[in-house]
Design a protein around this ligand. Structure first.
Ligand SMILES: *[C@@H]1O[C@H](CO)[C@@H](O)[C@H](O)[C@H]1NC(C)=O
Ligand SMILES: *[C@@H]1O[C@H](CO)[C@@H](O)[C@H](O)[C@H]1NC(C)=O
Ligand SMILES: *[C@@H]1O[C@H](CO)[C@@H](O)[C@H](O)[C@H]1NC(C)=O
Length: 463
């Protein structure tokens, strides 16, 4: 009995020892801690006051990494930078990512601002392609075969695409860049955290399973992601996004040499229960300690500065709003509070305008489908049936089976069917699945789909 106990103790000690050495810095003992450096790319893809939360998330992410010892030189930050000093910001020069109101703007180092925050620059920074960069300070990820890369992106999204302030990035472009970087040994491992509506569709069946990339999305391909801290006592728009603040508030306080990537996934998936947090790619990465991707130092001071403990999960859930409703919900709250007739009218007009834009986007999609089959349908009835069919969601609507077709079609749609895409693409996002339906059904006919879009939208730009 006693000898079994001793044996167990011995086994436990050895196991603990091997776990310990694995997390230790390679320079001291040459354990399993990988050689190489850690690089990070953190991006807010939006601008505009109602998207306050994306830049607050990004600034907070910068501090999370820095507090855990990632050198500033290895963190590349892209954010439009129109929020901290926005005329609507009563707290000039400050950004808050939680109702503890710790200013996360202070000390943040921004490499790409304004219109330099775009898909082209993002891809070139990711690939380490300096010659392709336009604007910003020109910095790129200078990683090599032994290095690890952490990417965090937060913004609006739709089936197979995410937004930049004046642009979109498709699942094809993103996964081509990841695949290229993997092939060209730009990293040993890359972890990608993505906050956006329908963000699962950026990776599902598109991210090659055999490359060294592990991705986590805030939502599956069919649903909204959620803003949080939307009702806050300073009257600001949502301060954060639910998935984003859940991983960051976890990383704020944890010892990242102990918690693994997979453990954080589990925690965040459980807490972010308004949507389905998904994981893709190289699952083996889940056994790696988080420190490999977010830094190894303890962040006691940072945690204390951030209020010490995580905010109440219940509060985050109670103040959560689907991303695409953040603006209208905020306007409705303002409407309920105002006594000023003029302001009331301005808000009502804006609410009507948003409603109209969404309706127009839907109508345009319907027309595109109609035009597509106009010449072929034997009868009006048949065309109508098709229109109904493609306007409905099916099991594959959120899965980009033909990234090439999807890429061409959504870019054509955005360019031709939306007069002011930088402003208004987000109102069309709920209907992008229709274009994906067409590609899934008619992949060989991407040209015909584009023709239909051109015919429908060239003369009468609708949105
Ligand atoms: C790097 O940028 C240059 C200039 O835009 C471009 O021609 C080249 O294709 C880019 N390389 C990669 C790997 O994307
Ligand atoms: C990824 O790159 C490899 C070459 O390294 C290529 O064979 C493969 O087709 C690419 N996959 C995708 C999905 O682009
Ligand atoms: C999400 O979690 C909260 C708190 O644990 C719980 O009250 C709520 O019922 C859960 N919601 C769903 C949809 O599971």
């Amino acid at each position: 009995m006693r000898s079994i106990f001793v044996l167990l103790l011995l086994v436990a000690t050895v196991a603990a020892g091997s776990v310990y050495s694995r997390y230790k810095s390679s320079s001291s003992e040459g354990g399993d801690e990988p050689d190489g450096d850690l690089w990070a790319l953190i991006v807010a893809g939006s601008n505009g006051w109602f998207n306050y939360r994306h830049q607050a998330d990004t600034a907070h992410a910068f501090h999370v990494l820095k507090a855990h010892g990632v050198p500033e030189e290895n963190i590349i930050t892209m954010m439009y930078d129109d929020i901290a000093h926005n005329p609507s910001n009563k707290y000039k020069g400050k950004l808050f990512n939680s109702p503890k109101y710790v200013d996360v703007y202070e000390g943040v180092k921004i490499d790409y601002k304004g219109d330099d925050v775009n898909a082209e620059n993002f891809l070139n920074v990711l690939k380490g392609n300096s010659s392709g960069i336009k604007g910003g300070n020109g910095r790129v990820i200078e990683s090599g075969p032994d290095d690890r890369v952490f990417v965090y992106f937060t913004d609006h999204g739709a089936v197979g695409l995410i937004s930049f302030p004046n642009d979109i990035l498709t699942t094809k472009s993103l996964n081509d860049a990841l695949n290229w970087s993997n092939k060209n040994k730009r990293f040993a491992d890359l972890v990608f955290y993505l906050e956006a509506c329908e963000s699962g569709s950026m990776f599902e069946r598109v991210l090659p399973a055999t490359i060294n990339v592990y991705a986590v999305s805030a939502a599956n391909g069919k649903e909204s992601s959620w803003g949080t801290y939307c009702e806050n006592d300073r009257g600001l728009p949502c301060l954060g996004d639910l998935f984003s603040v859940n991983w960051m508030e976890d990383s704020d306080v944890e010892d990242l040499t102990v918690e693994t990537v997979g453990e954080q996934f589990k925690i965040v998936q459980k807490e972010t229960n308004k949507s389905h947090v998904c994981h893709f790619g190289k699952m083996k990465t889940e056994t790696d300690p988080l420190s490999w991707f977010q830094g190894a130092e303890k962040s006691v001071k940072h945690a204390r500065r951030n209020g010490g403990l995580k905010s109440s999960l219940q509060h985050k859930l109670d103040t959560a709003v689907p991303s695409r409703d953040v603006e209208t919900e905020h306007l409705k709250r303002q409407l309920a509070m105002t006594n000023d007739a003029d302001e009331e009218e301005i808000i009502r007009d804006r609410l009507d305008e948003i409603q109209m834009k969404k309706a127009t986007a839907r109508r345009t999609m319907k027309s595109v489908v109609s035009v597509m089959y106009d010449d072929e349908a034997d009868t009006l009835l048949e065309n109508n049936k098709r229109r109904v069919f493609y306007m409905e969601k099916n099991d594959e609507s959120s899965i980009v089976n033909y990234p090439e077709c999807h890429h061409k079609v959504v870019h054509t749609y955005r360019r031709l069917c939306i007069a002011n895409p930088a402003e208004d693409m987000e109102y069309a996002m709920p209907y992008v699945y229709v274009l994906n339906n067409l590609c899934n059904a008619e992949a060989g006919r991407s040209h015909d789909i584009m023709e239909a879009i051109i015919e429908q939208c060239l003369e009468k730009t609708l949105l």
